[in-house]
Design a protein around this ligand. Sequence first.
Ligand code: ADE
Length: 260
Amino acid sequence: MRIDIVSIFPEYLDALDLSLIGKARQERLLDVRVRDLRDFTTDRHRTVDDTPYGGGAGMVMKAEPWAQALESVLEDGPRRPVLVVPSPAGAVFDQTMAHEFAGLDHLVFACGRYEGIDERVIDWARDSFDVRPVSLGDYVLNGGEVAVLAMVEAVGRLVPGVVGNPASLVEESHADGLLEYPVYTKPSSWRDREVPEVLLSGNHARIAGWRRSEQFRRTAERRPDLLAEVDAGTLGPADLAVLGEAGFDVVDGVLVRSAR
Ligand code: ADE
């Protein structure tokens, strides 16, 4: 998979040399190329921003350096890539989007700074890219670089071969719409705290049942919004019992908070 990133702080993206993503780059599973937006300016000061039309605080990124940078990406890439524009005004990134992006040949990220990029660049780019404004969540960062680090890691690890044991992708949070169950390792007794007895039982069916119950318990407590998406038809009696304890009932095939 080819990933191009345009930024005025290319050093921010140095973290993509590390760990699993760094290894995947070395193994050519991921072809990540970082471009410095200032290399596409023509003035002595390498200017990338200017004051906003209409007034207001802050600066806006100028259109022409962005057009030049994105044209350079198009020159040597496959046809019509997805252009992700990180922005707090975008659609919220989630695991479903990560899977969608992991299935693409070519992803391009445009890291904005200041108050954002001149909107005409976004409109112009739609001729050659599938443009996707994407937010990491409902808070404001100083620029797109940190969001891109998060997205490239979330997407990259879903590309076949990047994570050594693909089974670990199956049992993690959000893989099945629920949060992950708690995990423990040796020693079984630590500072007077014991590992749950069932995990030492060797009974795989009991362990699987306990883990599934813990997923429901945790999701109900921490992310009750996720339960609205669960297909109630797939729930067994043990699931319904845990969810009942956690304050959820099935009404018309949907999980809702119990009236109490
Ligand atoms: N840039 C600034 N804030 C952002 C956010 N929440 N998500 C993605 N990019 C951003």
